[in-house]
Write a protein that binds this ligand. Sequence first.
Ligand SMILES: Cc1cc2nc3c(=O)[nH]c(=O)nc-3n(C[C@H](O)[C@H](O)[C@H](O)COP(=O)(O)OP(=O)(O)OC[C@H]3O[C@@H](n4cnc5c(N)ncnc54)[C@H](O)[C@@H]3O)c2cc1C
Ligand SMILES: *[C@@H]1O[C@H](CO)[C@@H](O)[C@H](O)[C@H]1NC(C)=O
Ligand SMILES: *[C@@H]1O[C@H](CO)[C@@H](O)[C@H](O)[C@H]1NC(C)=O
Ligand SMILES: *[C@@H]1O[C@H](CO)[C@@H](O)[C@H](O)[C@H]1NC(C)=O
Ligand SMILES: *[C@@H]1O[C@H](CO)[C@@H](O)[C@H](O)[C@H]1NC(C)=O
Ligand SMILES: *[C@@H]1O[C@H](CO)[C@@H](O)[C@H](O)[C@H]1NC(C)=O
Ligand SMILES: *[C@@H]1O[C@H](CO)[C@@H](O)[C@H](O)[C@H]1NC(C)=O
Ligand SMILES: *[C@@H]1O[C@H](CO)[C@@H](O)[C@H](O)[C@H]1NC(C)=O
Length: 609
Amino acid sequence: MPLLFEVFFFFIVGAVSASLTSDYYQQLIAQETAKSLTYELPKKNEEFKTGYESNAINDYGEYDLVIVGAGTAGCILATRLSEIAKISILLLEAGGEENDFNQILAMWPYNLFSDFNWGYFSTPQKRSCLGMNNSQCVIYRGKVIGGGSSINGAMYVRGNCKDYDNWAALGNRGWSCKDVLPYFKKSENSQVDGDEGYHGIGGFWNIEYSLPESPLLHTFINGSLETNLPFIDYNGRNQIGVSKLQSNIKRGRRQSFGTAFLNNARKRSNLKVVTKALVTKITIDRRSKQATGVEFVTNNKKFRVRARKEVIVSAGAINTPQLLMLSGIGPKNHLKDMKIPLVVDLPVGKNLMEHPVINLIIHTNYTAPNISTAESVEQFLNGLGPLTKGANLEGLSFFHTRNTSTEGPEIQLITASPYAVDASLFPKLINFNTTIGQAFSKQLQPQNDMVWYVVLLHEKSRGQILLQSNNPIDFPNIDLNMFEEQDDVDVFSEGLEYAFRLLETEAFKKVNATLLDISLCGDSGTHSKQYMECLMRNLAGTGYHPIGTAAMGPDPRKFVVDDKLRVHGVGNLRVIDASIFPLGISGNTNAPTAMVAEKGADIIKSELK
Ligand SMILES: Cc1cc2nc3c(=O)[nH]c(=O)nc-3n(C[C@H](O)[C@H](O)[C@H](O)COP(=O)(O)OP(=O)(O)OC[C@H]3O[C@@H](n4cnc5c(N)ncnc54)[C@H](O)[C@@H]3O)c2cc1C
Ligand SMILES: *[C@@H]1O[C@H](CO)[C@@H](O)[C@H](O)[C@H]1NC(C)=O
Ligand SMILES: *[C@@H]1O[C@H](CO)[C@@H](O)[C@H](O)[C@H]1NC(C)=O
Ligand SMILES: *[C@@H]1O[C@H](CO)[C@@H](O)[C@H](O)[C@H]1NC(C)=O
Ligand SMILES: *[C@@H]1O[C@H](CO)[C@@H](O)[C@H](O)[C@H]1NC(C)=O
Ligand SMILES: *[C@@H]1O[C@H](CO)[C@@H](O)[C@H](O)[C@H]1NC(C)=O
Ligand SMILES: *[C@@H]1O[C@H](CO)[C@@H](O)[C@H](O)[C@H]1NC(C)=O
Ligand SMILES: *[C@@H]1O[C@H](CO)[C@@H](O)[C@H](O)[C@H]1NC(C)=O
């Protein structure tokens, strides 16, 4: 072929395929967003019922390691451990594969109303979630390769150095700030201009700022500077201050752990990944108290697989305690009530921590450009624009309240620029009841409204996970128990007070920023304690950050795993996921979970040698 012709040919084919791609994404977005608006969340694990109830149990053979759950932790573990060619690994995941839609970060709220989400709600609450339908907060959990990392907001946040020193101070050797920093850096391929010495380059997990920035991001930064917060790299030297968001995207696309990690390992012959497989039980030899494998259901059939070396549970902070309890590991009395024979008495499911979050809708007189889907898809294909942002999340700050209880910040404030909320989805997203949902919907102006998420970082109240029954087809009971402790109300009040102060800064006056108030709690102008408490108890949801339900520590009366992540009193069984966090994190939980998995993989590798 003459060169000129070849170039011409390439040009034509390239142009046609680009427009085909653009059409494809426009259709995909139209279809999937429409579908999610009418999607009904499941009430139990119905899809696995037939298989679970079948009498025959099939043999699935033997592997060295069996990993339960291909979420954040499971994907990292499978990738790192399958580097050892002589070790065979079976990775079992209840959800299916990722798709093109969930690669578009801006679509994450829609993914929550799809079969990528388990479908959980809290139990009806008495002191919180009161403005939600039936006083139940919604609990989103990823059920897909990548787990939470495939449906989350992709905010890259490590928390405070001191958080990990607090873990170590409980008696967990090797978990101090200095010990864990290398594991944060190991995963990372940072493209941000952060503090020197704090970021990794060349890891699997890409981090970048999303572009272009809205002018309101700079309003937020300027307003925060007026309140005396410094401009910082919040994943660097100092966490108290204001920052641009560092995001888990690569050229604008979501970097889940399926995409960023597991895809590197799936071709390895020593790793087998099975999707749409629900693990229903860890099998344990009663005499030796050693885990021997698991039972699982897939394709309407029941299987048993043996683990030669060990079983690793990475099913996340809700499902991990459920699976442990179904297998006889948990609080003695509860298991007795559920008619499950006890293997070891451990405080599984206790110590549930969350991040209470209030969404403040801030009206401004800035009007975001109304970009057509075609145009935003065009930008997306070039790695830019609104589709590359998680609901327009752009900036964040961390600060102390006057009543300091920890060395890290007590409050996180996240800002999203206009078009962060889809008026038709907003009430459903938080499960607001009809009265409250309508009050908000009436006033929303998506082209002008910012959303501020005010996050209480270190709640003192503790919730718990209990079984509803001994049947794995039933969902577990999730009792969040937010705001039981008055201290949480007091500290959170101060966080809200700060947000109201920020609203009064010159930067925000310039855009005539005002709080959207639905008049539920009396006069918003007073900012009285009663007003703040009323906002919390009625309108606060969660940050989707459950942790702590199989906590790490030396004493089996208080903790579930030791500092090598081994379940106390049971051999060949580890928990490696967000359940093991013994104390809260000053930030979002995905990067800390990744750190735990990177470290867990190293611990196991050193023992295999
Ligand atoms: C909507 C949402 C937004 C979030 N936003 C952010 C954010 O912006 N930044 C951030 O840092 N964090 C965020 N998070 C939190 C973060 O994603 C989680 O902390 C993290 O994914 C936890 O990882 P994990 O490995 O513990 O559990 P998961 O990622 O939940 O993985 C558990 C996996 O196990 C599978 N599984 C469970 N039970 C079984 C079973 N019995 N058999 C087989 N498989 C099973 C699940 O399907 C899942 O894939 C968000 C979470 C959600 C849900
Ligand atoms: C919604 O919650 C609010 C606040 O608790 C309450 O006043 C209202 O009656 C509830 N509405 C419905 C329809 O349940
Ligand atoms: C609210 O809850 C009730 C009962 O729990 C249910 O029937 C109804 O469909 C729910 N409404 C919404 C909007 O979810
Ligand atoms: C923020 O402050 C800088 C410096 O004072 C100023 O140049 C810029 O215009 C401000 N931006 C906004 C959006 O307020
Ligand atoms: C945005 O533009 C579309 C057409 O491109 C139009 O249908 C829609 O009403 C506009 N939205 C607003 C808020 O102006
Ligand atoms: C701060 O703590 C002190 C002592 O615990 C308490 O008396 C005071 O009321 C608290 N202040 C606020 C604003 O909550
Ligand atoms: C927004 O409000 C401010 C303060 O009232 C005003 O100075 C500014 O001109 C307004 N801008 C627009 C675009 O309306
Ligand atoms: C500022 O916003 C408020 C509330 O939205 C509105 O009533 C007022 O007219 C606005 N002021 C200016 C100067 O735009």
